[in-house]
Design a protein around this ligand. Structure first.
Ligand SMILES: Cc1cc2nc3c(=O)[nH]c(=O)nc-3n(C[C@H](O)[C@H](O)[C@H](O)COP(=O)(O)OP(=O)(O)OC[C@H]3O[C@@H](n4cnc5c(N)ncnc54)[C@H](O)[C@@H]3O)c2cc1C
Length: 422
């Protein structure tokens, strides 16, 4: 994929015909997951559309001028005009293909997509999700010489890769950058010989038949499936949230905090993630206002102490966001004072939302038995109610969701499966 700079923008993009432009950042897992998707689509659409990327940090003025406020952001141009709304965050391959219709005739797109020949591969164990749980299961299975395929919609690493520093993972004296910890876990599992199919779209999963379709044309048939799909950030579900996601509203501090040097930021939430990430954002931003619905924080005591002693951070307790708006470059959030019912408007340069997580289960239909909070029930071997299907890590029903508990689950499932397959 061709890389351009701001100086080439006019020539390459505005005068470039049909162009798909990816604003990316470094240390941005969703950006890295997007590259292979764009590169594979570029091969298919090479005669019709130009695929280009531009480094957001190195071309900030252009990014600001175009109102690009999240990484990655994908823009679609035809003859110098932007032709549809932008894609940002964890962008799916099928969303890009869907939006290509703004640049090309649908029949033409279908004909190119239909030229891709379907394939079928067989594996002993298919693991869905390459976070700590899935990677550990992959490592143990691979070391037991069991043919294993690890599938992820993003690059390996899971939530650890977007955590700034991890201080409670045993074996390291000093806190470790999350992306390094997850990188090492992934390399260890890969080196053993586990097959990786990552940064793909998981199109369909049939737990009963043990079949997984990826990128619409590749079917993977397995004897066992391990679900290790973890969790995703909860959305507030209020007006303006979807509209301004990636354009002022972010769910990933490691991806976007660096763009808020000397800027004012609002953080929504009061649990561990919100308070630890606010501390990280304060390395860049000049002022952070934490808006929290309760009268005290839910984060652990150490994180709370750090936040209360951070001169850049102030708190609005018992306030809840009701809507987001934009005023030029500024983000506006309307918040309600839960005690007085008074509405207030906070003005800032950007908003980070950390209000808890939900299990990633959308693809599994109704076959799985869930607990009252919607997490997958398992027995002590991590087996679900569906024969041959296991669940490990944060997606499973449990009291404590940590890296160590996810890798413990992965270990147990892999050993149980090894015994069964033997
Ligand atoms: C901001 C933050 C900070 C944290 N800090 C710490 C900490 O300091 N210490 C600690 O111990 N824990 C911490 N945690 C918790 C820790 O990250 C999790 O407990 C751990 O990552 C769980 O691992 P997992 O493998 O179950 O899931 P995840 O890490 O969530 O990984 C799930 C993987 O599944 C993939 N996936 C999702 N849907 C699909 C699908 N349909 N098909 C295929 N793949 C899919 C995802 O892309 C992802 O790679 C933190 C969490 C967050 C959010």
């Amino acid at each position: 994929m061709k890389e351009i700079t701001a100086n080439e923008f006019e020539q390459e993009v505005l005068k470039g015909g049909k162009v798909l432009l990816d604003f990316y950042s470094t240390e941005c897992p969703p950006c890295e997951a997007l590259f292979p998707k764009l590169e594979s689509l570029e091969k298919l659409f090479v005669h019709d559309i130009k695929f280009m990327k531009i480094f957001r940090q190195g071309n900030r003025d252009l990014a600001d001028k175009l109102g690009v406020k999240g990484s990655p952001t994908l823009l679609f141009f035809e003859n110098g005009e932007e032709v549809c709304s932008r894609l940002s965050g964890g962008i799916k391959r099928k969303e890009i293909i869907r939006d290509l219709r703004h640049l090309m005739d649908k029949k033409q797109i279908d004909s190119i997509m239909n030229s891709v020949k379907p394939t079928v591969t067989h594996t002993d164990v298919a693991i869905l999700g390459a976070g700590p749980g899935g990677l550990t299961a992959g490592l143990y299975l691979c070391q037991a010489k069991i043919d294993t395929t690890l599938i992820d919609i993003a690059l390996p690493g899971g939530n650890v890769s977007t955590t700034h520093m991890v201080s409670n993972y045993p074996g390291f004296i000093d806190p470790q950058p999350g992306y390094m910890l997850s990188h090492n876990m992934s390399e260890q599992t890969k080196k053993c010989g586990t097959v990786y199919k990552v940064a793909v779209d998981v199109t369909k999963v049939d737990l009963l038949k043990k079949e997984i379709i990826i990128d619409e044309f590749e079917t993977i048939k397995a004897k066992k499936i391990i679900i290790a799909t973890g969790t995703s950030p909860n959305r507030l579900g209020i007006p303006g949230e979807l509209e301004f996601k990636g354009q002022g509203i972010s769910y990933c501090a490691t991806c976007d905090a660096k763009y808020f040097v000397d800027k004012e930021v609002v953080v929504i939430g009061g649990g561990n993630s919100a308070i630890e990430e606010a501390d990280f954002i304060s390395k860049f931003a000049s002022r952070i206002t934490i808006v929290h619905q309760f009268d005290k924080l839910q984060a652990n005591k150490l994180a709370q102490e750090k936040a209360f002693n951070n001169p850049k951070i102030s708190f609005m307790f018992e306030h809840e966001p009701r809507a987001f708006q934009k005023d030029g470059d500024k983000m506006l959030v309307e918040i309600e004072d839960l005690k007085t019912k008074e509405m207030k408007t906070l003005r800032s340069d950007g908003i980070f939302v950390f209000i808890g997580l939900k299990p990633n289960l959308e693809l599994f239909g109704k076959a799985l038995e869930l607990d009252q909070w919607g997490y997958i029930k398992t027995n002590e071997d991590m087996q679900t109610n569906v024969e041959g299907v296991y669940a490990v890590g944060d997606v499973g029903s449990k009291k404590y969701r940590q890296i160590t508990t996810a890798i413990a689950d992965g270990t147990i499932a892999a050993i149980a499966i090894t015994k069964e397959i033997d």
